[in-house]
Write a protein that binds this ligand. Sequence first.
Ligand SMILES: Cc1cc2nc3c(=O)[nH]c(=O)nc-3n(C[C@H](O)[C@H](O)[C@H](O)COP(=O)(O)OP(=O)(O)OC[C@H]3O[C@@H](n4cnc5c(N)ncnc54)[C@H](O)[C@@H]3O)c2cc1C
Length: 392
Amino acid sequence: MTVDANGVEARVDALLVSHPPDRVEMAVFLGAQFDTGLAWVHFREGRGGLDAPIALQQVVDERLRAAGAPNGRMINTTAYGQGAATLLAYGSDAQQRRYLRRIFTCEDIWCQLFSEPGSGSDLAGLSTIARRDGDEWVVNGQKVWTTRGNIAHYGLLLARTDPAVAKHAGLTYFVLDMHQPGVNARPLRQMDGGASFNEVFITDARVPDTERLGGVGEGWTVSNTTLMNERYNFGNAPARGSGAIEGAVRAFRRREQSFADSGRRARRAALMKLWVDAEVQRLTSMRATVAREGGRAGAEGSIGKLAGSELGQRIAAFTVGLSGADGMLVDGYDAVDRTAGSPQRSFLSSPSSTIAGGTSAIMRNIIGERVLGLPREPDPFRGVPWSDVPRN
Ligand SMILES: Cc1cc2nc3c(=O)[nH]c(=O)nc-3n(C[C@H](O)[C@H](O)[C@H](O)COP(=O)(O)OP(=O)(O)OC[C@H]3O[C@@H](n4cnc5c(N)ncnc54)[C@H](O)[C@@H]3O)c2cc1C
């Protein structure tokens, strides 16, 4: 029986009664949320879902947020967003049972081991090698920009298993145990003062073949599920007038009396344009959610990702600009005010979402080719074995 909005609301009510958020531990609450099918409502029953339309997740999230319930999305972002969706699509029964609940409770943190020093946008060109050894694979290589790599229990690993075929065809996807001796993660300092991403060195690390997601040589297809879901999450917009644009409106109201008439009018006009763009982004994100119905993420997510990340950057620049010279003042490189809502911090971190999960240039390529049907980007090495393609 399909669960509708009333059914979902009734489950939220029951969850809040049986597990009052102010009286139970975060992992206990999230475990109960998973068991009652409210983790990812569009997932199957028993896997944290109810087989319900994905749009109903927003109803759940808003009700739980209003009730002060914990939310692990910002703690375990990679796993909540794209990891769980990839496990649901390609994981074995045993993997889904072992991993999904512990992902949702944040008992296991996950990272994404895709990018390498020589392969970011050209992900399919990556060099990390996995060689078969009986029932296991032995992995060697280096990853980079791995968010939470230093604290992760598991990594979504894309590795080359056949260098003798074309680059897209020789990849396989694994779940890597990050707590084994051959895995070494080193944090990298970012320009906003944080150090949330890492370089990860992998030396003779081992993966049982049972920890493969999808077939040998099918890693590219599996990785597309990960990336498409990641892009949808980047493009997700908050409720009308909330989030970054709410901060911009508040900052303008605080300062508007300090501007001369002409400056105030110009800034008000700029703010109105940003507000309208944020609303358009919210509606676009709703359309993308509907298009994603059935759990299949498509290229439409790239539109939301492109528009949302560039809009975020413009809003951050507007907000910090309201402070004039004060906007340039922070106490030091390591001491950037990291509290939510700090305009300086938001400004410094805002370019990151135009790079993470595929750059804006790559999103434009995807939209051009897969949404608009424009001619493909030329690739002189299409079909050439990876081992014969020149590399830096
Ligand atoms: C905050 C953050 C978190 C991240 N987290 C992770 C993570 O957890 N796991 C992970 O695996 N990776 C992660 N990344 C890495 C991210 O996926 C890559 O940085 C991104 O794919 C770009 O790759 P690159 O840095 O190698 O740049 P490059 O691919 O070298 O690109 C350099 C420039 O060239 C442009 N360019 C490249 N190719 C083309 C083309 N064909 N057409 C037009 N322009 C092109 C790009 O747009 C860019 O401007 C993260 C990045 C950031 C910023």
